[in-house]
Design a protein around this ligand. Structure first.
Ligand code: HEC
Ligand code: HEC
Length: 507
């Protein structure tokens, strides 16, 4: 690029100049000149006036570089990384190199960059694309591909599921290249988690989904966090974007649970959605190339289903089963989806499961059981290709009545599951959080008439829409709370909305 130089010396006389310059002691030796050619080697004709050594002129920040020439085989007058062309100094293009490579099809890659800056007009800048099959395998003598005046290129006829490494260099009209070695890499036919999916999640999601208490305990800053899922479920079902809450929540405005993500927008662009979808549908692997055929398998696991359900204590139920077997996924990699109904036969298999276990688990403990309620469960096994078995083996447990409602083990789990995603410190609709006993009761004067549920907004809003109480809660119902859950909140308020049963009863 052309330097922008100024004529700092325009008003200086030869004498004045030399007074200002420590290195200019031999001023008497300086020859007057009209052109550079009038001066000795390594000197420039300054201001058509006086020959100066080029580094002295450089210290002045003066006109060096504006004009230049080659004498005796030596170049005169340009800064480092500049060369002299047609009497002017020209730098190499300013270029950051390739920014990203992504799969464009099973056999092609798309490489993107930000246009270089140079004196050569943008539409005439040439980009040399070097493609290698190993990080150090570049042949810098011949570019694989050359394009002019664009900021992306598609590289065709590549092998599927093999990694390629790419460097892009800018070349100006004087054949000067920036010479960068910035390597991007990608695998045709494979969306890469680290370079394509994670950056997107980092840009749009981790402002909330990171740190010590992310929403729904869902951490999106790493592959491990993503695959661990939220407090209740796996949010990614490999090979099945349409069964993955993560995809449903970024793609729809009425996802099965809560609101569209990123919460409050701006939502992702359609190409970004497509990228996440493809990544999940290809098996949601951490690295490319992905295991070939991981999603091609369509045989579900063989699974006898749930064998026992028992009440561990007044609020916890334990479910157990014998491990399923699968033709492709080892038993320790299978996960189990727990479907829950509040009556025998009441499980809904078209909705998301109530809970997904970690890999290889054969028991699960469910907290937050509700007195006087019968719950029934069906457990299904899911393999690494997203196939789920179809058993209907059901077990039910009826929880006995309680003489006192304990907030921590009975009310908080219910609020956590159904209310906190809209009423938390991150997202307090109507300034109301239900994250803890203190936040639930912080606005007791508005929400709660201790001992009198019928006068409490908190209770009224669970029962029905009404002109007095407004919209029924939760807003994302149905399903709303079950009759036994609503009765539990009622009983808790009747007993004084206490934190603990040992606290004095104010009623
Ligand atoms: C401004 C904060 C914020 C941002 C940004 C955000 N989320 Fe969320 N996310 C939430 C809150 C609050 C909830 C709980 C409410 C809900 O589920 O609607 C949530 C819940 C979720 C859940 C539901 C988990 C479950 O099992 O219920 C998923 C999945 C999710 N977010 C994915 C994402 C993704 C993917 C992004 C980025 C594209 C994102 N979120 C960006 C705040 C945020
Ligand atoms: C999908 C989001 C969402 C969910 C889930 C949700 N709420 Fe709300 N809640 C709102 C909105 C929006 C409002 C304000 C509109 C209104 O009052 O009807 C609100 C208002 C309220 C209010 C009134 C606060 C006031 O001071 O006026 C109460 C009480 C309440 N919710 C309780 C609950 C309870 C209890 C649950 C869980 C059983 C719940 N909400 C679940 C969105 C939600």
């Amino acid at each position: 690029m052309f330097g922008t130089y100024f004529h700092a010396l325009a008003s200086c006389t030869a004498i004045g100049l030399c007074l200002a310059l420590a290195s200019c002691t031999a001023s008497a030796d300086r020859l007057p000149c009209v052109r550079d050619d009038d001066c000795a080697d390594y000197e420039l004709c300054y201001e058509d006036d006086l020959c100066l050594p080029s580094d002295t002129a450089r210290q002045l920040g003066g006109t060096v570089g504006l004009e230049c020439g080659v004498r005796d085989g030596q170049q005169q007058g340009c800064f480092d990384r500049e060369t002299c062309h047609r009497g002017f100094c020209d730098g190499v293009p300013e270029f950051a190199g390739a920014q990203m490579a992504t799969t464009a099809s099973e056999t092609s890659l798309e490489v993107m960059w930000t246009a270089a800056v140079d004196a050569t007009p943008a539409e005439e800048l040439r980009y040399e694309v070097f493609v290698a099959r190993a990080p150090g395998g570049f042949d810098w003598t011949i570019p694989t591909l050359t394009v002019v005046g664009v900021d992306h290129v598609r590289i065709e006829d590549l092998d599927t599921n093999r990694r390629y490494y790419i460097v892009v260099r800018a070349v100006d009209q004087f054949e000067q290249t920036d010479g960068n070695r910035t390597v991007v890499s990608a695998v045709p036919g494979c969306v890469d988690f680290a370079t394509q999916v994670q950056p997107l999640l980092t840009a749009s999601c981790t402002s909330c989904h990171s740190g010590t208490s992310p929403p729904r305990a869902l951490v999106l800053g790493s592959y491990a966090g993503l695959r661990t899922g939220s407090m209740l479920r796996q949010v990614v079902v490999p090979c099945r974007a349409d069964a993955s809450l993560l995809y449903l929540k970024i793609a729809q405005s009425l996802p099965p649970i809560g609101s569209r993500m990123p919460f409050g927008g701006p939502y992702l662009e359609s190409e970004q959605l497509a990228l996440v979808r493809t990544w999940i549908d290809q098996g949601a692997s951490e690295t490319c190339p992905s295991t070939p055929g991981v999603c091609a398998n369509d045989t579900p696991p063989a699974f006898a289903g749930l064998t026992t359900a028992r009440l561990l204590d007044p609020t916890h139920v334990e479910l157990c089963w014998s491990a399923a077997t699968d033709d492709a996924t080892p038993a320790e990699k299978l996960v189990y989806e727990v479907y829950e109904g509040i009556l025998p036969g009441g499980e809904n298999f078209t909705r998301l499961p109530r809970f997904t276990t970690g890999t290889g688990q054969t028991c699960a403990v469910l907290p937050g059981r509700v007195p006087n309620e019968t719950n029934c469960w069906v457990v299904r096994a899911r393999d690494a290709a997203g196939n789920r078995d179809g058993n209907f083996a059901e077990r039910c447990v009826t929880v006995p009545p309680t003489t006192c409602v304990d907030y921590r083990s009975m009310i908080q789990p219910l609020l956590d599951e159904r209310c906190v995603h809209c009423h938390s410190s991150i997202r307090p609709f109507r300034d109301q959080s239900f994250e803890s006993y203190s936040s639930t009761t912080a606005r007791a004067s508005v929400l709660l008439a201790r001992c009198r549920p019928d006068d409490s907004l908190l209770y009224q809003k669970l029962v029905a829409d009404s002109p007095v109480a407004g919209q029924r809660m939760p807003v994302d119902g149905p399903p709303f709370l079950s009759p036994a859950q609503i009765q539990l909140v009622r009983q808790w308020i009747e007993e004084g909305a206490r934190q603990q049963c040992t606290d004095p009863n104010p009623c």
